[in-house]
Design a protein around this ligand. Structure first.
Ligand SMILES: [Ca+2]
Length: 109
């Protein structure tokens, strides 16, 4: 519901004491279609879905949800430590606007 209020200050409008319109029409809508999650992993069941290079492991520090998170460290003189999904994630055919969401934390020195 949207209500407007004029610039008068001697009435009862909630914003500035103006004259508020009497609109009481309420509209609502919900998104159509369905949302399909092709893959989700918060590491609560381990790191079996992932290939973690040297200097990485399952941990309990900085979990975004639950107890566990995965981490990969960058020790001195290591070009790149990675945490990689071991198998491809299949995007359902006909998917519209597929999205990738992930949480990450960096500590850069
Ligand atoms: Ca987690």
């Amino acid at each position: 519901m949207v209500r407007s209020e004029d610039a008068t200050t001697s009435s009862t409008g909630p914003y500035n004491g103006g004259n508020a319109d009497t609109n009481t029409i309420k509209l609502s809508a919900a998104p159509g279609g369905t949302t399909t999650t092709a893959f989700s992993d918060g590491f609560e069941s381990g790191i079996g879905n992932w290939t973690i290079s040297s200097y990485g492991a399952l941990g309990t520090v900085y979990a975004h949800t639950g107890t566990y998170s995965a981490w990969s460290d960058a020790a001195d003189n290591i070009a790149c430590a990675t945490t990689r999904k071991s198998t491809l994630v299949a995007i359902p055919s006909g998917a519209i606007n597929p999205l990738l969401h992930f949480w990450t934390r960096y500590a850069i020195e």
